[in-house]
Design a binder for this molecule. Structure first.
Ligand code: PLP
Length: 285
């Protein structure tokens, strides 16, 4: 079965889905995106993801190309046409096509919209979560507005590649003060020796993950202690547990950071509990 992609008003087979060479996403990375989990064919946390998309667009002064309702219908159609039971759906909106010039197009152009969906391997993802992953750290050299989910991901790409080349699965960004900001495509959490969950407060220096937001509900319901604050790499080394959160991985335990083993080197009970609890708190539509 051929994958079907939505591109600017049409559902097309993957091989025929094309965007213009002067699309500002292609030329400048002038666009935003979202990734939602699909589980049992249902869209997870759609409302929150679309709200964040709206915010990202507003921050960059890109017009929403259609109503939220219409966008929701397209996203569902892409899931159905690709028969996704478990996987992800990806939405990208760019400022549109215009003669290459750094400034915004002088006349309004229609923003470009692309929606794709992809199945994920559930067995492989569960096996990964049961084992936990190794991460390495890299300097956080990104721009000052990573709270906007832009498609400009070059530092994230280089970080992930550096991780693979150093025998790890992912990279954590560490700022000039030794603070762990986030992972290349996920938020970072630790559990202190006292059992308190810590994740960095959300300002312009991290993306406010939807999984992160929903996880707070799960944490409160489980009666766990949590603090939203900066923590250093040194603190992470001493943590009892560590994990990352994102729409595609939900809660993924981290068992090694650089050459340091976290806790006993196995996924910790808090991460395991929260991974299991997550979908009771997420919205499925
Ligand atoms: N931080 C970064 C840099 C990301 O790219 C992502 C997800 O792609 C996240 C955090 C987690 O966000 P969410 O939980 O909404 O997937």
């Amino acid at each position: 079965m051929s994958r079907i992609v939505y591109v600017n008003g049409r559902y097309l087979p993957f091989a025929h889905a094309k965007v213009h060479v002067e699309d500002r996403g292609y030329q400048f990375g002038d666009g935003v995106y979202e990734v939602c989990e699909v589980r049992a064919g249902r869209l997870i946390d759609e409302r929150r993801h679309l709200q964040r998309l709206e915010r990202s667009l507003a921050e960059l002064r890109i017009r929403m190309p259609m109503s939220m309702r219409a966008l929701g219908i397209i996203v569902r159609e892409v899931i159905i046409r690709n028969r996704i039971g478990y996987g992800i759906v990806y939405l990208q909106i760019t400022r549109g096509v215009a003669r290459r010039d750094h400034a915004f197009p002088s006349r309004p152009v229609q923003p470009s919209l692309v929606v794709t969906a992809r199945a994920l391997n559930k067995v492989r993802n569960e096996a990964l979560a049961e084992k936990g992953i190794a991460v390495v750290t890299v300097p956080d050299n990104r721009w000052g507005r990573v709270d906007i989910k832009t498609i400009g991901l070059l530092p994230n790409v280089l970080a992930r590649q550096a991780a693979l080349e150093r025998g790890a699965r992912d990279a954590w960004f560490v700022d000039t003060h030794g603070i762990v900001t986030e992972a290349s495509s996920a938020n970072v959490w630790i559990v202190t020796s006292a059992g308190t969950l810590i994740t960095r407060h959300a300002d312009n220096a991290i993306l406010r993950g939807i999984t992160r937001t929903v996880l707070f509900d799960a944490i409160r319901a489980e009666g766990l202690a949590v603090e939203e604050r900066a923590f250093t790499l040194e603190e992470a080394y001493r943590a009892r547990e560590a994990f990352i959160t994102s729409a595609s991985q939900i809660v993924l335990p981290v068992v090694r950071v650089n050459d340091r083993i976290i806790g006993d080197g196995k996924p910790g009970p808090v991460a395991v509990l929260l991974r299991r609890a997550y979908h009771r708190f997420a919205e499925a539509g």
